[in-house]
Design a protein around this ligand. Structure first.
Ligand code: ADP
Ligand code: UDP
Length: 236
């Protein structure tokens, strides 16, 4: 029995690289698709936002001399590439999936609207909402909080490569300890960098709970959906 009726799943673009240095690892992509298929089979309505960090990030482009706005637009296009790859992998497993875009680019994807996204999910399609918010100076974390709130998701599941929120970045500080649950205020007060501030504030103001969990371990998505307490829950 699934704990949630409708979810917003945020996937990291960087995790899509798997063992590679750049781009998309087909094995990781297929694992994601299989995990999503499993929970789709339980009747969960699924909206997905995927990052683009495996291809391009506006901020790192700006550090190399790119115009920031153009760099961010390149990053948004990178999320469209990842979204198309994920939809293709989902369709290959037999799950209907549709890509919506925050910037008009038919026929690559239909232009996003809340109503279209909900209609598709209610018809059993997985909806992948690409191109972030459509605006520069935002991240896909903020894009996923925004879409999660818009589509009235019960929870935002941030699937990443660490198994929850720690007192400090666990990839840099081996002494960091994990929270089972934490308030938005505490995340903000401690300056924890697992999500950007804008995304955390939006979830706080709109009461959208977040679960941060390790998506790269196969089977974890199903555990979260079943209500197993893995990862870290962020709440008011
Ligand atoms: N306090 C923290 N707890 C957990 N992870 C953290 C923390 N601070 C920074 N991080 C980092 O945040 C990353 C997760 O965010 P994510 O958006 O998936 O990564 P990326 O933006 O690199 O794709 C982790 O890889 C981790 O190194
Ligand atoms: O609303 C958005 C979402 C994303 N981006 C750009 O797209 C890039 C890729 O997204 P992100 O870094 O969030 O991907 P992830 O870290 O999840 O791989 C970002 O660096 C930004 O340059 C943007 O400009 N506006």
């Amino acid at each position: 029995m699934a704990k949630y009726k409708r979810i917003l799943l945020k996937l990291s673009g960087e995790s899509l690289m798997g063992e590679k240095q750049y781009g998309i690892d087909e094995k990781r992509l297929a694992e994601y698709a299989e995990q999503i298929k499993e929970i789709h089979g339980q009747g969960v309505q699924i909206g997905i936002v995927i990052g683009g960090g495996n291809i391009f990030r506006g901020l790192s482009g700006a550090n190399k001399g790119f115009d920031r706005v153009k760099g961010d637009q390149m990053g948004m296009l990178a999320t469209v590439i990842n979204s198309l790859a994920l939809s293709s992998a989902l369709v290959a497993t037999g799950v209907k999936a549709r890509v919506l875009t925050a910037v008009r680019m038919e026929p690559i994807g239909e232009f996003y609207s809340k109503w279209k996204a909900i209609e598709c999910m209610e018809n059993g399609e997985v909806v992948i909402m690409s191109a972030g918010t459509g605006n520069p100076f935002f991240t896909t974390d903020t894009g996923s909080s925004l879409r999660g709130i818009e589509i009235e998701a019960d929870v935002m599941l941030k699937g990443t490569r660490v198994d929850g929120i720690y007192t400090a970045d666990p990839e840099k500080d081996p002494t960091a300890t994990k929270f089972d649950d934490i308030t938005y205020d505490e995340v903000l007060k401690r300056g924890l960098k697992v999500m950007d501030l804008t995304a955390t504030c939006m979830c706080k103001e709109n009461n959208l709970p977040i679960v941060v969990f390790d998506m790269d371990t196969v089977g974890n998505l199903k555990k979260v959906i079943s209500g197993e307490e893995i990862g870290t829950l962020v709440h008011n």
